[in-house]
Design a protein around this ligand. Structure first.
Ligand SMILES: Cc1cc2nc3c(=O)[nH]c(=O)nc-3n(C[C@H](O)[C@H](O)[C@H](O)COP(=O)(O)OP(=O)(O)OC[C@H]3O[C@@H](n4cnc5c(N)ncnc54)[C@H](O)[C@@H]3O)c2cc1C
Length: 562
C-alpha cells in the first residue's frame, strides 16, 4: 500500500490531522490505521472551548452538536485545604449570561464560548467518520505492528487487520497519533521528560442515571471537581443517562491505603457527600479502569518524514481537562506543517523545530500549571517548594512563597493564540485563585503604575509560526531567556501601542486604534484582556512599569468607569 500520509491512530489527534490534510489538499491520499473498532470507550471527556474552535474549522461542529452532548459551561470546584468547604466555579461565560436557546444550536454567539462534555465512544467515532467523509481512507481493526526504520526516517509500516493478514505501508509522511502506545516514538527510542513532582494514579468507572448536579438553560452544565483529604474526584455527565466519575490520588496513598482499586473507588465516592447524593439512584457499569504516570513531554516530536502528535507526544494532567485541546491544536499544527513542507516555500527544518518548540512549551506549561494547581490544594506533597524549581527552570531565583506568587500571577502564560493563557485559565482567573489560596491581596500593574516602557535590550528578533487556513505564517517576534514576545493579535496591538506611547491612557487608546487598523472587531474581548497582556509583558520583563504623579491613572479612563 502507498499513500501520501499514513496516520497511526484514529483518536482525536489522528482524525484531526487527517481531516485538516484533506480539507486543504483534497488530492492527497491519507490513510488512518486504527487498531480498535469504533465506537470504543476512552477516558478524557471534559473539553475546553479551544476544542469547539477546531471542531468548527474541521466542519464537524454541527455533527457533534447533533449528538446532544451536555454543553460544558465551566467547572464547579471544592479545592483547598481540609475543612475548606467553599464551592466555587470557573465559567466560560459570565454567571447568569447563558441564555436558553433551542438545540441543536449553531457555532455562534454564546455557543462559540462553550465546550462539550463528551462520551468519547460517540465523539471519537463522529470525528473518525467525518475524516472518512472528507476522503481519508480509514482502516479500523487494523493495528500497526511494526515500524521499519531507515536512519531517522520511517521506511515503512507493517499493519495487521482483524483476519491476521499483514500488509506493508509506504508513505511520504508518517504521523504517530497512537496515544499512550506511542508507536513511532517507541520505535525510535525517543526519551521522554517528566518535569513534575506529581506521582498520581486515576481510577474511574461509568454510571447510569446519576443526577447531573447542575442544569443550566437547555443542556448546559458544569463539571464537578471535588477534593478529598487524599485526592480529588471528577464528575462529568456525558449525556442524558451516562456519567463518568473518577478518582485521582497519589501513588503513595494508593500503595499504603491497603485497599483494592475497587474498594478505594467505592470508599472515595462514599466520602464525598455531594457525589454520594448524585449517584443515590444510579448504577455503576462495573468497568473499572486505572492508569498512572501520565505527565511527560517527548524529547523529539518530528524527524525526517514523521511527526508525533497528541498523547504520543506528551500529556499534562487530568485536572486541567486539556488533553483533547493539546491533541487537537497540536494535530492542526502537524497537518499545516506537512502541507507547508509539501508546498516547499518555508524551510522544512524551521517548520519541524517550530512545531516542537510550541508543542513542548504548551505541554510543559500545562504540567507547570498542574503542579501549581495541586500546590493550592496543599495535600499533594510540598509543592510550594517545588514552585521554586519551576521558577528556576524559567531563569528566576525565587523563594518558595515568591515563586508561588509569581506562578499565581501568570508566570507561565502561553502566547500561541495571541492572547495570554495559563493552562486552563486566563490571567484574571489565575489572580483570583492566587488571592483565594494565598489569602493575600493581589493587584494589577495598571492599578499601581501609569507609565509603561518597552525593554527589548538583549532580545533577538526572529519569527514564530502562526497556523491559519492551512498555512504556517511566519510572524515577527522577540526572543529572550526562553521567553517569546510575538507581534501577533493582542500582543501585537499592545506592542505597537507601546512603541508609540508610554502613558497608560494613551497606550489603551492606541491599542484600540491598532486593533481596528488590523481589522480586529472583537472589541469586548479587547477591553477584557488588554490589561492582562500588559500584565504578562511586565511579568516577563518586556515592559518596565513605573508611577509618575503627573500622569493620569487607568482608573480615570472612561472604560474603567463603565
Ligand atoms: C485519567 C485521565 C483523565 C483525562 N481527562 C481528560 C479530560 O477531562 N479532558 C481532556 O481533554 N483530556 C483528558 N485526558 C486526556 C485525553 O484522554 C487524551 O489527551 C486524548 O485522548 C488524546 O488523544 P489522542 O488522539 O492523542 O490519543 P487517543 O485518544 O488515545 O487515541 C489513540 C488511538 O490510537 C489507536 N492505536 C494505538 N496504537 C495503535 C496501533 N499500533 N495501530 C493502530 N492504532 C493504534 C488507539 O486504539 C486509539 O484509538 C485524560 C487522561 C487521563 C489519563
Amino acid at each position: 500500500m502507498k499513500c501520501n500520509v499514513a496516520i497511526i491512530g484514529g483518536g482525536p489527534a489522528g482524525s484531526t490531522v487527517g481531516t485538516f490534510l484533506r480539507k486543504h489538499r483534497p488530492d492527497l491520499e491519507v490513510c488512518i490505521f486504527e487498531g480498535d473498532l469504533f465506537p470504543r470507550d476512552h477516558v478524557g471527556e471534559s473539553q475546553l472551548p479551544a476544542v469547539p474552535v477546531i471542531l468548527n474549522e474541521l466542519g464537524v461542529w454541527d455533527k457533534v452538536e447533533a449528538a446532544d452532548f451536555p454543553i460544558k459551561l465551566g467547572a464547579r470546584y471544592r479545592w483547598g485545604p481540609e475543612g475548606d468547604d467553599d464551592l466555587w466555579e470557573s465559567l466560560f461565560i459570565r454567571d447568569g449570561e447563558f441564555q436558553d436557546q433551542p438545540r441543536p444550536g449553531k457555532y455562534e454567539g454564546q455557543r462559540a464560548q462553550t465546550a462539550f462534555q463528551v462520551d468519547r465512544a460517540i465523539f471519537d467515532e463522529i470525528l473518525l467518520d467525518h475524516s472518512a467523509e472528507m476522503g481519508c481512507q480509514v482502516f479500523e481493526e487494523t493495528r500497526v505492528v511494526n515500524v521499519l526504520r531507515n536512519g531517522d526516517a520511517v521506511d515503512h509500516l507493517v499493519v495487521k487487520d482483524k483476519t491476521g493478514e499483514e500488509e506493508t505501508v509506504f508513505a511520504d509522511w508518517f504521523v504517530d497519533a497512537s496515544g499512550a502506545s506511542a508507536t513511532i516514538r517507541k520505535a525510535f527510542d525517543i526519551p521522554v521528560d517528566s518535569p513534575t513532582a506529581l506521582k498520581n494514579i486515576a481510577i474511574w468507572d461509568y454510571w447510569q442515571n446519576a443526577d447531573w448536579a447542575e442544569l443550566v438553560g437547555v443542556g448546559g452544565t458544569l463539571v464537578q471537581v471535588m477534593s478529598l483529604s487524599y485526592g480529588w474526584l471528577w464528575f462529568i455527565p456525558l449525556g442524558p443517562t451516562r456519567t463518568s466519575i473518577g478518582l485521582v490520588t497519589s501513588a503513595d496513598y494508593y500503595k499504603n491505603c491497603g485497599l483494592s482499586t475497587d474498594a478505594l473507588y467505592r470508599e472515595s465516592i462514599a466520602k464525598e457527600p455531594r457525589i454520594t447524593k448524585l449517584v443515590e439512584n444510579a448504577s455503576r457499569e462495573d468497568r473499572l479502569q486505572a492508569t498512572k504516570d501520565w505527565s511527560f513531554i517527548a524529547g523529539r516530536m518530528a524527524g525526517e518524514n514523521w511527526f508525533l502528535v497528541g498523547d504520543a507526544s506528551g500529556f499534562a494532567d487530568p485536572i486541567l481537562a486539556a488533553g483533547m485541546t493539546l491533541a487537537m491544536t497540536g494535530a492542526k499544527r502537524v497537518a499545516f506543517s506537512i502541507l507547508e513542507i509539501m508546498r516547499g516555500e518555508v524551510d522544512e527544518d524551521w517548520l519541524k523545530g517550530e512545531y516542537e518548540r510550541i508543542q513542548s512549551k504548551h505541554v510543559g506549561n500545562h504540567i507547570r500549571f498542574a503542579n501549581y494547581w495541586y500546590s493550592l490544594n496543599g495535600k499533594f506533597t510540598d509543592l510550594r517548594a517545588y514552585c521554586s524549581d519551576i521558577a528556576r527552570n524559567a531563569g528566576l531565583e525565587l523563594e518558595p512563597d515568591d515563586a508561588f506568587q509569581w506562578l499565581g500571577t501568570g508566570g507561565f502564560t502561553d502566547e500561541f493564540s495571541g492572547i495570554p493563557f495559563a493552562g486552563t485559565f486566563d490571567v484574571s482567573a489565575i489572580k483570583a485563585l492566587a488571592k483565594k489560596y494565598s489569602g493575600q491581596p493581589i493587584s494589577w500593574t495598571f492599578q499601581k503604575n501609569n507609565v509603561f516602557e518597552l525593554r527589548l535590550e538583549g532580545a533577538r528578533k526572529d519569527v514564530v509560526g502562526v497556523y491559519e487556513d492551512g498555512r504556517v505564517h511566519q510572524v515577527e517576534c522577540y526572543f529572550r531567556d526562553g521567553k517569546t514576545l510575538p507581534m501577533y493579535l493582542l500582543f501585537g496591538f499592545v506592542f505597537r501601542a507601546l512603541q508609540k506611547e508610554r502613558e497608560i491612557l494613551f497606550i489603551w487608546e492606541r491599542t484600540g486604534f491598532e486593533a481596528k487598523r488590523a481589522g480586529f472587531t472583537r472589541t469586548r474581548e479587547l477591553a477584557r484582556v488588554w490589561f492582562e497582556v500588559l500584565e504578562v509583558l511586565v511579568i516577563e520583563g518586556w515592559v518596565e512599569a513605573s508611577f509618575d504623579p503627573a500622569v493620569q491613572m487607568m482608573s480615570q479612563a472612561p472604560i474603567m468607569r463603565k
